[in-house]
Design a protein around this ligand. Structure first.
Ligand SMILES: Cc1cc2nc3c(=O)[nH]c(=O)nc-3n(C[C@H](O)[C@H](O)[C@H](O)COP(=O)(O)OP(=O)(O)OC[C@H]3O[C@@H](n4cnc5c(N)ncnc54)[C@H](O)[C@@H]3O)c2cc1C
Length: 398
């Protein structure tokens, strides 16, 4: 392999691809980043950063800047739509477990911009307008083909990290199964500058709200509240996104005489899926390309950023001479976290707040109330819901 090609090819400039490229650069490993779009995509998607992800991002010196453009959330809540708060979790109880005993509410595109600026400073080779279509590999290296405005191009390297999102072209081109299911309901989102905290005076910045008919998530980002509710799978999407339906959804949260000002609206299907394996020879899957889950718990991007640092550490060891079977350990560690922790926790959250049977609902909300009220059980629960327990579990896997 020529020294020019002795690099990592990162596919996708989402939060995971960008973080991977910067973590590699900080470990002295060259990479080329291929991104389908002409520039970074500024979608309003992930916004919750958990403590262990913030601990990892300390390496980039970015957390203070994220807090500056975001919000520190010291608590989060389970609520009942009718009766109000059920359980408030105080992340301060994790002070001995993390450098960041709080969540940071900051839109993922803000982190992406910070990371892109660092990559540009370092001079990392970022190629926008390169949509990867296929991968070939042999004992010496790996080559991806990408379609560009000037026709197809081939890019070679030592390994590929596919961070090209849930519909990953790399994963598909390898024929890797993406096992799991799709929820029957659609997830319907509105963002508004209406200050819900002035009416629902006891809410936190992150609230999961149980209701047998229309469960709800209320999330704060600077200047906006994001409201997420379910919609029937056979809904007419255009109709739901119409002003009339968006207004009536928001009016059900807090009725008011004036219409809501709506900053963003979207509706999408949600999946719980994990790739059969995260390693395929010289190709590693990371982020949504490897695992997707429902957003109740804010774990998708967090898990992907944790994949990125795990991979960067292993590639550093391999570039220093370690056996590349180390990458099989990446698969074992991160796949188990995706299945046992992220899929399980996010699905439980969805089940609990959507439960229709009043007895079952009462029982699980009561259990949550008791968990939050006892410091030992609250800490144990938050170690899991903040993804600290799963990071620790992964570190133990050989
Ligand atoms: C409403 C909502 C709320 C969410 N909230 C949270 C949250 O609070 N916390 C959390 O942790 N997660 C959250 N998530 C999940 C989070 O947004 C994703 O897990 C995260 O974006 C995954 O990052 P990624 O880089 O793996 O993939 P993506 O963000 O999908 O990025 C993939 C990139 O690859 C590019 N690409 C695609 N195909 C190709 C190709 N063939 N060649 C080159 N480039 C390609 C795409 O253009 C894109 O830029 C939320 C998701 C949604 C929808």
């Amino acid at each position: 392999m020529s020294s020019e090609n002795d690099r990592i090819i990162v596919v996708g400039a989402g939060p995971v691809g960008l973080t991977t490229a910067l973590a590699l650069a900080r470990r002295g490993i060259p990479s080329v980043l291929l991104a389908a779009e002409p520039e970074l995509v500024m979608e309003l998607r992930g916004s919750t950063f958990h403590p262990p992800t913030l601990d990892l991002l300390d390496e980039f010196d970015m957390v203070p800047r994220m807090i500056e453009v975001g919000l520190k959330a010291p608590t989060w809540q389970f609520r009942d739509r009718e009766t109000g708060p059920v359980a408030t979790f105080d992340l301060g109880l994790l002070a001995g477990d993390t450098n960041h005993p709080y969540r940071v509410q900051c839109e993922q595109w803000k982190l992406m911009r910070f990371v892109e600026a660092e990559l540009n400073k370092i001079g990392t080779d970022i190629r926008f307008g390169h949509e990867v279509t296929g991968v070939t590999q042999d004992g010496d290296g790996v080559t991806v083909t990408a379609s560009t405005a000037n026709g197809p191009v081939a890019v070679s390297g030592r390994y590929v990290i596919a961070a090209d999102g849930a519909r990953s072209a790399v994963r598909r081109s390898l024929g890797v199964e993406f096992e799991g299911f799709t929820y029957a309901e659609l997830f319907w989102i509105a963002s508004t500058d209406f200050p819900f905290e002035k009416t629902l005076t006891d809410i936190a910045y992150v609230n999961y709200i149980a209701d047998p008919n229309e469960w709800l998530v209320l999330l704060r980002v600077p200047g906006l509240w994001r409201v997420l509710v379910p919609a029937p799978e056979n809904s007419d999407k255009d109709q739901l996104l119409s002003d009339e339906h968006m207004q009536s959804m928001l009016q059900r949260v807090v009725p008011r005489p004036e219409p809501y000002n709506i900053a963003h609206r979207s509706i999408y299907p949600v999946h719980q899926r994990v790739a059969k394996s995260f390693r395929h020879g010289r190709v590693l899957l990371a982020g949504d390309a490897a695992h997707v889950n429902n957003p109740l718990g804010g774990m998708g991007m967090n898990g992907g950023i944790q994949d990125a640092f795990n991979l960067a550490d292993k590639l550093k060891a391999i570039y220093a001479g370690a056996d590349d079977r180390l990458l099989d350990r990446y698969d074992r560690q991160r796949r188990i976290v995706a299945v046992e922790a992220v899929q399980a926790q996010t699905h439980r959250n969805q089940q609990m707040i959507s439960e229709r049977n009043p007895d079952v609902r009462k029982k699980s909300l009561d259990a949550m109330r008791r968990t939050a009220a006892d410091k030992t059980s609250a800490r144990e629960y938050m170690l899991r819901s903040s993804m600290i327990a799963s990071m620790r579990r992964a570190a133990e896997i050989e």
